[in-house]
Design a protein around this ligand. Structure first.
Ligand SMILES: *Cc1c(COP(=O)(O)O)cnc(C)c1O
Length: 365
């Protein structure tokens, strides 16, 4: 059996360090916003090259807190992608704003400055691009567009920890950004966790206040906030993995490049790299019009494979009324033909060869 993500091998390497950290935490009993959370925030800010990194309970919360801190309000429109996980749009709805879906590029699967510009209206207040599957969006052009129109840029970096553009990490380009530490993400903890980044100290103060019941000083509350803190034990895990994130992402890139090399000449489209951003391959996603046949063969050999995402957000039941009449042909065609193969930092060359062998047996015939 080959799973989509194998977290066991990664854990074996860091087990001792994590167990030591857990034991110390259990001894000192500082469970909420303790020393490891503080240290992790400092270390993450340094790694990401931002002034402030504020941890919270999940990636969904990180995006929600970022939108709150940037003052996005009911009735405001926020432009994002329909080809993403639902959480991107959920966060927009949580502040009462309206998600407006821009078309994606057929090669990168990301929204672009041109497609965003087409859906701007006088109500647009922010743009929330998703660095989907670990491939950075064309952030330089999108940032310029946001500046031209006075829009807040909030990056969804849930799938892009460690990805960069011109040597600068994703999560540092806009007003704020949200990261997820869901276990299968490039930097994952042992449960839920998230992080908001910003270079603005006023926004950072607001985010800290909102994540902790709206209080700056204990038992004094100025706004209605949330209980959204990163757990101290999760911070222990994240500190151990953050030290190794470049190595993990390099292993993912190696695996992706090997797949692409071995899959060459088959009737499918391997992932495109634009050469500007460094893709960290949260997913290795292909296009193939015989997808279902290939996936059935993989499944019969107990090889993991999955469709991210089968139903774009404008076609989801929850947005049926809101998005009536919205047509995104590229998004719809990609969703109908895409599928993802197993990838993680511990996948071996032999495993990749075995998977490609099964795909060849279907498509080479
Ligand atoms: C995982 C994910 C989120 C949400 O993160 P959680 O930590 O699961 O709440 C948001 N956006 C994208 C693109 C994601 O992949």
């Amino acid at each position: 059996m080959i799973p989509m993500v194998n977290l066991k091998a990664q854990y074996a390497d860091i087990k001792d360090e994590i167990e030591r950290g857990f034991a110390e935490t259990l001894d000192n009993c500082a469970f909420i916003l303790g020393p490891n959370v503080q240290a992790f925030e400092t270390e993450a800010a340094t790694y990401l090259g931002v002034k402030h990194a504020i941890s919270c309970a999940s990636g969904t919360d990180a995006l929600h807190l970022a939108l709150l801190a940037e003052g996005i309000e009911p009735g405001d429109e926020v432009v994002t992608s329909a080809f993403t996980f639902i959480a991107t749009a959920e966060a927009i709805k949580y502040v009462g704003a309206i998600p407006v879906f821009a078309e994606i590029d057929a090669q990168t699967f990301n929204i672009t400055a041109e497609t965003i510009e087409k859906v701007l209206t006088p109500k647009t207040k922010a743009v929330m691009p998703v660095h989907l599957f670990g491939q950075p969006v064309d952030i330089i052009a999108i940032k310029a567009l946001c500046e031209k129109h006075g829009l807040k840029l909030i990056e969804d970096c849930a799938q892009s920890f460690g990805a960069s553009v011109n040597g600068k990490q994703t999560g540092g380009f806009g007003a704020a950004a949200g990261f997820s530490f869901f276990p299968s993400k490039n930097l994952g903890c042992f449960g839920d966790g998230g992080l908001v980044t910003t270079d603005c100290s006023i926004a950072a103060e607001k985010i800290k206040q909102y994540r902790n019941h709206g209080s700056k000083e204990r038992y004094y509350h100025d706004v209605i906030g949330y209980n959204s803190r990163l757990d101290e034990l999760q911070a222990v895990v994240l500190r151990a993995k953050l030290k190794r994130i470049d190595q993990y992402n390099a292993a993912r890139r190696h695996a992706a490049h090997l797949y692409s090399e071995l899959l060459v000449e088959l009737p499918l489209t391997t992932p495109y790299e634009d050469g500007v951003g460094v893709h960290v391959y949260h997913q290795y996603t292909l296009l193939c019009d015989r997808r279902d046949e290939v996936m059935r063969a993989l499944q019969s050999q107990k090889i993991g494979c999955a469709v991210y995402y089968p139903v774009p957000l404008h076609k989801q039941n929850v947005f049926k009324n809101e998005c009536a009449g919205v047509s995104l042909p590229v998004t719809e065609s990609v969703a109908a033909n895409c599928f993802s193969l197993p990838i993680c930092s511990s996948i071996s060359d032999d495993t990749i060869k075995e998977i490609v062998g099964v795909i060849r047996s279907v498509l080479d015939a």
